[in-house]
Ligand binder design. Sequence first.
Ligand SMILES: *Cc1c(COP(=O)(O)O)cnc(C)c1O
Length: 449
Amino acid sequence: MTCNDALLQRSLNAVWHPCTQMKHHAETGAASLPLIPIARGNGVWLYDFDGKRYLDAISSWWVNLFGHANPRINAALREQMDELEHVILAGFTHRPAIELSERLSALTGGVLGHCFFASDGASATEIALKMSFHFWRNRGNGKKQDFLCLKGGYHGETAGALSVTDVPLFKDAYAPLVRVSATVDSPDARLARDGETPADVARRTADSLRRHLEAHHETTAALIVEPLVQCANGMSMYDPEYLRRARALCDQYSVHLICDEIAVGCGRTGTFFAHEQAAIRPDILCLSKGISGGYLPLSIVLTTNAVFEAFYDDATARGFLHSHSYTGNALACRAALETLNIFESDGIIEKNRALSAHIACCIAHIAEHPRVKNPRQRGMIAAFDVATDDPGFSRKFYREALKREILLRPIGTTVYFMPPYTITRDECEFLAQRTSETLAAALEDSGEK
Ligand SMILES: *Cc1c(COP(=O)(O)O)cnc(C)c1O
């Protein structure tokens, strides 16, 4: 038994892995799902204990921005560790939390001037929803208790976040526990009707949003959206026109616009915040995933002064009484600050423009495959759908990709790339080449050439 094998056995016995049917790991043959112990990471590469490598083309669930074991973030964390690892953020404060709040607010042009901290994405969603509801109650509008979300939207998997998540696989089993929120049509450009451009789809679906708000604005507290890309829905991409219209409708009907940029923020779509491409600002903005560079759990909910001021009062109960033990963790904030430093010093937004064009170039030939549909890209996210009837396609593709040294986890029949921004041009070519080979092998496995 190699060290790898021993560790994976121990993991299967002791670790309950997330988003996984554990029995698939125990199976052999077509249904098997490999479990890979990772010894170390370096840049876009992950290495197992036998020295086998994997190109992390999904940034370890969309969190990593500047590679594994990034020397600059490592150094910042070492320094921070010797100063302060963590302190209660109620009644106390610290430099990394202050600086991070100031710098993130500045990135919104000062429009979102207040940062509320938590530890993961789902908590940021919970905070945004509770904050919106409580805002309206503090403003004497207690009827606004409902939330509105897009079909196919994903905002996390805690009970509150599931209420605005529309992914059946994550939601159906827990339906009795979850408060039902209304959904409106997704502006997903793949759902274009005959002759419609993506902007047409955006206008049509914004009309259905208008109809919903016309009827229900009195009880609606907030609309929550993932700007530009509904990632968990299979990288549905849509035109910024939808966000412009949603912003105007939310203003017209006194409904908060919550932008969940947990996945699409931090430069992923080509601008630091995805909502910038619609030239709007939300009332509430959720950030997590990439904000700490992929190092530590951290989430931040930014709000306008108008939201903040509704809680500013003599009465304790009118304050926002929400907390997590690790709120504003100093190490996580420091990792986030170094992440912002790298954006600035290395001109990442500018550099990513050239890099995403190079990625487009490398993967262009994949779109010629007869089973590849809807090739699409927005900044540092590229995706395509595979026309296959095999419900096991995703697992087969995943397994074949690992054999070819790449980590790709299709969502259903959507294959996507969301690599760290430090991926080199050669690595992009390697990724594209190995993806083509993987696609051929996975289709063959599915009996569909
Ligand atoms: C990942 C994600 C979340 C949930 O974040 P967790 O840290 O996994 O709880 C919420 N919203 C979006 C858009 C996400 O992609």
